[in-house]
Design a protein around this ligand. Structure first.
Ligand code: TXA
Ligand code: MG
Length: 333
C-alpha cells in the first residue's frame, strides 16, 4: 500500500482482524510494528507469544489522535503537552502513568505506559479504523534485528501472525526516542530520531545528553538490554581496521562502514556497505545487518561512526548489535 494514500478496503479488513483480537504487522515511520488491540489482554498476550518476548518487557501503545493518546494515560503534565504539540505525530514515545483502559499485560505490570502517535497516514488510519489504541513492539523475533521492510516481518513472523500490511521501507529506520515523564525529572530511556537537543529546544535543559552516554544492562527501560537487535552472524565493531589484526581469520567478512573513513586497505573487499551520513545509516542499518545474515558471511565488521550527537541513536543500536572486537571468537566449534 501507498503509506500516504492507503487503500480503505484493505484497512477495513485489517481493522476487523484487530478488533477480533488478531495480530497485524504494519509500518510506522521508524520500524514495522506487530500490533494488537491494546485494550484486549488476550490479544496482547499473542504479541508476546509470536515474538518470544519476555513478559517483563512493556509494549508501546500507538494512538491516532491526541484524544486517544489521552485515554491511555491518567496524568498529562504540561511538559507532555508541549512535547506532543511539537513532535506528534512522530517518533517520540512518552512514558506516563497509565489509565485503566490499558491492561497490565501491555505495560508488563508497570504503572506507566509508553504512548506515541505515529506519523504515516496508513498507520493512523489503521488505528482509526480499529477504533482502539494498538500495542505494538517492533515486529521481529525477540532479541533480533528490527524490521524495516515487510519481507523482514515475513521472514521472522510468517505463519505466526494474521496479516502484514506492506507499505514499503520505513523512512527513518530506527525505533522511536523513548522519554520517561512519569517521575520528577524527565529521563531518556532510548535515544532515537528525536534528539535530546531537539527536545530541550522545546522544554528547556533536561540533562538528557548525560543519560544517553551510558548503555547499561539493567536500565529502567527493560527493552534496553545490552544484547538486543543483534544479527545471527558474529558481529564486531571497531574504530580502526588495525584492531582486526589480532582476531582469528574466519573467512568471508562483510564490512559496514558508518561515517566517513579512509579505508584503502579494504577497497577491494567484496561485501561492503557504505553508510556515510547519520540519516542514511539510521534508515539502512537494520536492512544491511539482515542482508549480511542472508549473505552467509562468517563475520560482520562494523566501522564505528564518530562520537557526535547526530550519530547517538545509530551508535546506541550499533553497541547493542555488535561486540567489541576483543569479544570476537570463531563461531565454528
Ligand atoms: O519506533 C518504535 O518505538 C517502534 C514502533 C513499532 O513504534 N516500537 C518499538 O517497540 O520499538 P519495542 O517494544 O521494540 O520497544 C519499546 C521500548 C522498549 O525498550 C521498552 O522497554 C520501552 O519501550 N517501554 C515501553 N513501555 C515502557 C514503560 N512503561 N516504561 C519504560 N519503558 C517502556
Ligand atoms: Mg524492539
Amino acid at each position: 500500500m501507498d503509506p500516504e494514500c492507503p487503500d480503505a478496503a484493505v484497512l477495513d479488513e485489517a481493522g476487523a482482524v484487530l478488533r477480533a483480537g488478531g495480530l497485524v504487522a504494519f509500518a510506522t515511520e521508524t520500524v514495522y510494528g506487530l500490533g494488537a488491540d491494546a485494550t484486549n489482554a488476550a490479544a496482547v498476550a499473542g504479541i508476546y507469544e509470536a515474538k518470544g518476548r519476555p513478559a517483563f518487557n512493556p509494549l508501546i501503545v500507538h494512538a491516532d489522535s491526541l484524544v486517544m493518546a489521552l485515554s491511555c494515560v491518567s496524568h498529562w503534565p504540561e511538559i507532555a503537552a508541549k512535547l506532543a504539540a511539537s513532535f506528534w505525530p512522530g517518533p517520540l514515545t512518552l512514558v506516563l502513568p497509565k489509565s485503566s483502559l490499558i491492561p497490565d499485560i501491555v505495560t508488563a505490570g508497570r504503572p506507566t505506559v509508553g504512548v506515541r502517535i505515529p506519523r504515516p497516514r496508513v498507520t493512523r488510519e489503521l488505528i482509526a479504523k480499529t477504533g482502539r489504541p494498538l500495542a505494538a513492539p517492533s515486529a521481529n523475533l525477540s532479541t533480533g534485528v528490527s524490521p524495516t521492510l515487510a519481507s523482514h516481518v515475513l521472514d521472522d513472523l510468517g505463519g505466526r501472525i494474521d496479516l502484514i500490511l506492506d507499505s514499503g521501507q520505513t523512512t527513518l529506520g530506527l525505533e522511536s526516542t523513548v522519554l520517561d515523564l512519569s517521575t520528577g525529572s524527565p529521563r531518556s530511556l532510548r535515544p532515537g530520531p528525536i534528539s535530546a537537543s531537539a527536545i530541550e529546544e522545546v522544554v528547556g535543559e533536561l540533562h538528557l545528553q548525560d543519560d544517553q552516554h551510558t548503555i547499561s544492562d539493567r536500565p529502567s527501560s527493560p527493552g534496553q538490554l545490552a544484547v538486543h537487535y543483534s544479527p545471527k552472524t558474529a558481529a564486531v565493531r571497531i574504530d580502526e581496521l588495525s584492531e582486526l589484526a589480532s582476531t582469528p581469520n574466519m573467512g568471508t567478512t562483510a564490512y559496514v562502514i558508518l561515517g566517513k573513513h579512509n579505508l584503502t586497505e579494504i577497497a577491494g573487499a567484496p561485501h561492503q556497505y557504505l553508510l556515510e551520513n547519520p540519516e542514511l545509516a539510521a534508515r539502512e542499518f537494520y536492512r544491511v545487518l539482515r542482508a549480511c545474515d542472508a549473505l552467509g558471511v562468517r563475520r560482520i565488521v562494523v566501522i564505528s561512526p564518530p562520537d557526535q550527537p547526530e550519530w547517538r541513536a545509530v551508535r546506541d543500536r550499533l553497541w547493542r548489535a555488535t561486540q567489541p572486537v576483543a569479544g570476537l571468537r570463531d563461531p565454528r566449534p
